[in-house]
Each structure stands twice: as structure tokens, then as C-alpha cells.
Design a protein around this ligand. Structure first.
Ligand SMILES: Nc1nc2c(ncn2[C@@H]2O[C@H](COP(=O)(O)OP(=O)(O)OP(=O)(O)O)[C@@H](O)[C@H]2O)c(=O)[nH]1
Ligand SMILES: [Mg+2]
Length: 652
């Protein structure tokens, strides 16, 4: 049987992102796909955890491709989300073990929400312990669309030595050149027929002509199945499952063929994203790199050219294109022009940020980085480097919007905020190696406050006689607690000019200033100060004298008024798959949290949101424990809720 020629013309440029749980072999597969297309990197580096997306260009069977290798760790999820917003298709790479799906369910939800066609590649098939269809069954509940297994394994002595392609009914043996065709083993005829019937049934759900044949028990032709499969896969209503072993180069050619057939043309993706056709170039930046490439210095913007063509030196909304680049054989290579649908790196677009759309006023959806869940307090080791550090931080955040820098007004600290320990350590490492900034890192301080429990009446008198002109002020102040959240207030109850009018505002200001640091060392809140009486001297009294008298009076009064520490309590929403809901509640309670309740996470069946009030002091490293206890899936959001009297716990 032969395939019909629905792709007679070579297709234009198409792009594919490799996504999936950490360590599932995406980078290995990326390299294997490029190698299979004759575009292997010239220099093979050692492979470690991927922390930012990588772009690779190649040609397979005369058609141009861009592949994007994405990080698997949730701490770098923004890179993955950005890549998914730029490509035509996704390969979801996973391991042949139901225990190692990690964030795969979340990824599938993201991909489905974006309407991005995708397939699943079960990698490391050489390590499969059970049955491939058991893996597919474990994956199915996480996919909105039916998963269809395209291949069944050939086993010899417990090892998988090849596969049968279910549609073409051809058998292949893995070999050093990927695979070679062999005769279909007799014992696999029955399982193959069963798999084909299953696949046909799924396809028939979307295709009336096929359904009719299934009902009438007529076997559809191979071409009919291919055509329906292609249509459903390209529209994303079914998800093919293939398998192989990237590290051994097994199943790579088969995967390439699936991509060649089933990845929609770039123009279709543009249409799906609502981009009006025109010759006017429309570019969207999906990654920004500063000085990142060994062979390139300066700013590089990775972009998808949604439509139109682009030449080096052209004007793009007032910015000049300062170089166009592809990544071939692992190296950056300059080109003169690119066509619609390509992924390309553009040099020197100084004003363009990640996510920016250039060439049209229409906004084009782009992922927002998740709110930070972890932070370091940072400072330049040498004060001289402060300016250098702030410039470097600006570039770092431009490169990675899931990183942010905040100035904590209350503690005076500069906070580097991000998605976890590895994420932030990576940023520090980059500050040191790329920007030559030596950083001192500390745990962020908690913004404690204090208040008082009792009223105190305080008489404060300043009387100095040094030579001629002296200083005199005399005030009677009442200091009293206010309800939580009411803040500071000053009341003037002077009658009969005991303190002259012109000095009273100064008394109020000085009282407020005195609240900046209380007897416990923290800002004082929710206190009322009343000026009830006083006296003055017609020559020696001054603004300054009244301020000084007030400040020392307040300091004394606060110390006597039973000061107490207040700690910030945050409102926390923890999101977890519901099998971890009880664990999340336990973790929160263990951190002095008061559980408010839980409910299903909106739009995410099987996930819960647990809400609680938790002291901020307990949240610094909460994400580390939450991820450890939820196989990396749990996340949380927090916002300040209120101040509460500290009763034991950390930090005091
Ligand atoms: N047995 C086996 N191991 C593989 C295969 N493919 C990759 N590996 C191994 O799996 C480990 C992780 O591979 P990577 O390619 O770095 O995985 P990744 O998905 O890119 O990892 P992150 O980028 O950190 O998410 C490495 O030790 C690889 O050698 C395979 O087909 N079979
Ligand atoms: Mg990787």
C-alpha cells in the first residue's frame, strides 16, 4: 500500500517544540532529530539540565524545520510556555513509566488550552518494564483528546528490538541506522490487527465516511486511515503516540515522518492565532538573550515571523534589523532574509521585549510569567558595584521575565524573586559569569511590625540652658493602642494655648516619626497619640525643641505601653492535584497555617485549591517542601492579608 500524495509540494518552514517532564530525554531527542536530518552539532557538549530553550534549524527530506528544545523543570516553565506560543506543533516527550509523568498533566492542559496540535513520544523505550499500552492507559486520563498508539513493540528476550507501524502494517527492526524494514512477525499479526481496529474506531468518531465503513464491517484502506489521521492530528483532535529511544537513535526517523505528515503548515497556525493575512511582516519575540552566544555579542531576539518576509537591515516599526540568524549544526549562522513562518534570531532590536509583537498594533496572546514563589535578598559585595548590579539585573529580567527584582520598602532589601532554588541560583551564576557581579545573598527578612497593648500618659520636658539662648518645650502625651489596621493617628486637644498653635503640627510629625522604630526594633503601627497639655517659653521654645521633646516622650511611652511584635499573615492559595489535597493541608498546618477551606481549581478537573492564612515567616522556603511532597506539581500564590500578634514560631 502506498500513501497518497497529499503533500506533493515541499512544505514551507514549520516549527516544533520538544516539551515534557524533566529528564525525559528532550535534549537527547532534539540532538537525535537534528542528527537524523544531518544537522548534528559539530561540537558535542556534555548534557545537563536544560534551563533555557534552545533553537535548532535543519532540513528533513527537502523541507525546512526549526526545533525548540525546552526545559522540563517547572522552575523554567516560562521558557516552555514561550516556546509553545511560537511553534506549529509540540512533541510531548515522556518516559515509559506511569510514576514519572511529573508535570506532564499540566503541560497537556497548557497545550490543549492553546489549541496546539501535538503528539506524545514515549522515550527511553529500552527501559520499558511493562506494556506500552499500559503507559498509554496511564496517560489517557490527562489528555482531553483520544490517544492513539501508532506503533506496537516487537520484543525479543524481554528487550524491545523494533516496532510495527499500525497503519502501514510494516515491521521495523532497530539498528545502528535507526531502523530497517523486516517481515511482520507472525505472532504480532493479531495484536497489530487489534491495534488497527482500535485506532480506526477512534478515527471513525470524527469521520462519517470511516464510521460508515466500520459499521458495515468494511476494512478502510490504508490511505483512508492516513488521511483521517492526518486531518485529526493536524487539527489537534487526536493525539498520536509514538515511541523510541533517543539515546540510541531508535524511532527517530519514524518520528520525523510523523512530523512531516502531521505538523500543520505555518500559515495554518497563523490563521488559528487570528493573524490577518498580509505581506506586512509581523514578528513576535519569544526569547531575549544578551551576550549569550559565544559567537555573538549583544542582544538577540528570538522571533516567530508570523507573516511577511524580512531582510537584514530592514526597518521593523522604527527599529533596524541588525542581523538575522539561524542555529545550524549547533552554531549561530547569519542569513540574509527569512520567510513567513520561520523561527529566527534577530540582532539588535534594542527596544523589543519578550512577548512583543512588532509590525502590527494587534496584540497577540503571549504567556504571563507565574508569580514568584521564592526569593533571595541580594546586595553587591562591593558597594561600588551597585550601579553595575542594577544594570545587570535589568538585563537578566529582560532575558527571563519569570525572574523579578523588588525593593522591599519595609526591610530595605533588594529581592531577587523567581520560581525556585535552581532558577535563582542560575540567575546568580549568570550575574557572576556574564556580568561579573559578586553578590552577597541572604534570606529575606520578614517585615515584622510592633504595636502596644496599653494606654500610657507621658510627660516630656526639654530644658537646656547653654550660654545665652536656651531650648525649652514641654508636652503631655497620651499614647493608646488602636484596632488592627487602623494605622497611626494624632489628636490635638490643646486648649487655651498651653502649646502655641504654630508648634502643634511639629508635635504631630515628630510623634509619627517616632513610630518608625519601636522598642522592639520594628515599625510601630496602630497607635493613637493625643497631645493633651504642655507649656512653653516665649524665648527658648522652638519647633525643634517641641520635636525633640515629643520624640523622646513617645520612645519612653511606647516602652512602657507593653509593646508586642506583629507578624504579617499572608493569604495563601495552594494548587495541587486532589490526591495531594490532604498533604497540602498538613503542610500548611505544620507552618502555623489556618486552613480556610478548599475547592476545585477552576477549569482544572482533578485539581484543588487549598486556601489558608499563613505567617509570612513560614513561607520563605514553603515551595521547596510543597514540591518535594507533590512530585513537583504543587504551586502557590500569596498576598498580604493582615498583621497578627506573634505567638512563638520562627524568628523571635
Ligand atoms: N535509557 C535511555 N536513556 C536516555 C534516553 N534518552 C535520554 N536518556 C537519558 O536521560 C537523561 C536525561 O536526558 P536529557 O536529554 O538531558 O533529558 P531532558 O528531558 O532534556 O532533561 P531536562 O532538560 O532537564 O528536562 C540522560 O542521562 C540521557 O542520557 C533513551 O532513549 N534511553
Ligand atoms: Mg534538556
Amino acid at each position: 500500500m502506498t500513501r497518497s500524495a497529499w503533500k506533493a509540494e515541499p512544505a514551507g518552514p514549520r516549527s516544533v517544540a520538544l516539551v515534557g517532564p524533566y529528564g525525559s530525554g528532550k535534549s537527547t531527542l532534539f540532538d537525535a532529530l537534528l542528527a537524523s536530518a544531518g544537522a548534528a552539532p559539530k561540537r558535542q557538549g556534555t548534557r545537563s539540565m536544560t534551563t533555557e530553550l534552545r533553537l535548532g534549524h535543519c532540513t528533513f527530506m527537502g523541507e525546512p524545520w526549526a526545533l525548540v528544545d525546552c526545559p522540563g523543570s517547572v522552575e523554567f516553565a516560562y521558557e516552555t510556555a514561550a516556546a509553545l506560543a511560537a511553534v506549529d506543533f509540540a512533541i510531548v516527550v515522556c518516559e515509559p513509566s506511569a510514576d514519572r509523568l511529573a508535570n506532564l498533566p499540566v503541560l497537556l492542559k497548557t497545550i490543549e488550552a492553546a489549541g496546539l496540535p501535538h503528539l506524545i513520544f514515549i522515550n527511553k523505550i529500552d527501559t520499558l518494564a511493562g506494556q506500552v499500552r499500559e503507559i498509554v492507559a496511564a496517560l489517557q486520563p490527562h489528555s482531553r483528546y483520544p490517544l492513539v498508539l501508532r506503533q506496537i513493540p516487537i520484543r525479543e528476550h524481554d528487550a524491545i528490538t523494533g516496532y510495527v507501524d499500525v497503519v502501514s502494517e510494516r515491521a521495523y527492526h532497530y539498528c545502528s541506522e535507526d531502523s530497517e524494514r523486516v517481515a511482520l512477525p507472525n505472532e504480532l499479526r493479531a495484536p497489530e490487527q487489534e491495534a488497527l481496529a482500535g485506532l480506526t474506531e477512534v478515527l471513525a468518531d470524527h469521520d462519517d465516511a470511516l464510521l460508515e465503513k466500520v459499521i458495515e464491517d468494511i476494512a478502510p484502506t490504508c490511505d483512508e486511515i492516513f488521511a483521517t489521521l492526518h486531518k485529526d492530528q493536524a487539527s489537534g483532535t487526536i493525539v498520536q503516540v509514538l515511541f523510541g529511544a533517543a539515546a540510541r537513535g531508535h524511532g527517530i526517523f519514524r518520528l520525523w515522518k510523523a512530523l512531516r505528515h502531521d505538523v500543520p503548515p505555518a500559515a495554518e497556525t497563523a490563521k488559528r492565532r487570528g493573524i490577518a493575512p498580509s505581506d506586512q511582516p509581523l514578528v513576535q519575540i519569544f526569547k531575549t538573550v544578551h551576550a549569550g552566544q559565544a559567537a555573538y555579542a549583544g542582544k538577540l531576539s528570538y522571533a516567530r515571523l508570523w507573516r511577511g518576509g524580512l531582510s537584514d537591515g530592514a526597518q521593523l516599526d522604527g527599529s533596524r534589523v541588525g542581523g538575522l540568524y539561524r542555529f545550524v549544526n549547533g552554531e549561530i549562522s547569519r542569513i540574509q532574509s527569512v520567510g513567513a513562518g520561520e523561527l529566527v534570531a534577530i540582532g539588535r532590536l534594542e527596544n523589543a521585549l519578550t512577548g512583543a509583537v512588532i509590525g502590527d498594533t494587534a496584540a497577540l496572546a503571549f504567556p504571563e510569567p507565574s508569580a514568584p514563589v521564592y526569593a533571595f535578598a541580594i546586595a553587591a559585595k562591593d558597594r561600588k558595584d551597585d550601579v553595575k548590579l542594577s544594570g545587570a539585573l535589568r538585563k537578566l529580567v529582560e532575558e527571563d521575565p519569570s525572574l523579578s527584582v523588588a525593593h522591599a520598602r519595609e526591610t530595605g532589601e533588594t529581592l531577587l524573586c523567581g520560581q525556585g532554588e535552581i532558577h535563582l541560583n542560575g540567575a546568580l551564576e549568570r550575574l557572576a559569569s556574564v556580568y561579573n557581579c559578586q553578590i552577597q545573598v541572604t534570606t529575606p527578612k520578614v517585615a515584622y511590625k510592633e504595636t502596644i497593648k496599653h494606654d500610657v500618659k507621658q510627660h516630656s520636658r526639654l530644658k537646656r540652658q547653654t550660654g545665652g539662648h536656651g531650648q525649652f518645650a514641654d508636652v503631655v502625651l497620651e499614647v493608646a493602642p488602636r484596632a488592627r489596621g487602623e494605622g497611626f493617628s494624632f489628636i490635638d486637644k490643646i486648649v487655651g494655648g498651653a502649646v502655641p498653635r504654630q508648634y502643634i503640627p511639629s508635635v504631630g510629625e515628630a510623634a509619627e516619626e517616632a513610630m518608625q522604630k519601636g522598642p522592639l526594633g520594628y515599625p510601630v503601627v496602630d497607635v493613637e497619640v493625643t497631645l493633651t497639655d504642655g507649656s512653653f517659653h516665649s524665648v527658648d521654645s522652638s519647633d525643634m525643641a517641641f520635636r525633640t521633646a515629643t520624640r523622646s516622650g513617645i520612645a519612653e511611652a511606647l516602652a512602657k505601653a507593653d509593646p508586642v511584635l506583629l507578624e504579617p499573615i499572608d493569604h495563601v492559595t495552594v494548587s495541587v492535584p486532589n490526591r495531594f489535597t490532604a498533604a497540602a493541608q498538613r503542610l500548611l498546618s505544620g507552618r502555623r497555617g489556618q486552613i480556610l477551606g478548599y475547592a476545585e481549581h477552576e477549569g482544572w478537573p482533578g485539581w484543588d485549591d487549598v486556601e489558608a492564612l499563613v505567617p509570612a515567616a513560614e513561607l520563605g522556603d514553603f515551595i521547596l517542601q510543597l514540591r518535594a511532597e507533590t512530585t513537583g506539581l504543587g504551586s502557590f500564590a500569596r498576598r498580604f492579608d493582615h498583621l497578627a500578634e506573634a505567638r512563638g514560631g520562627k524568628g523571635h
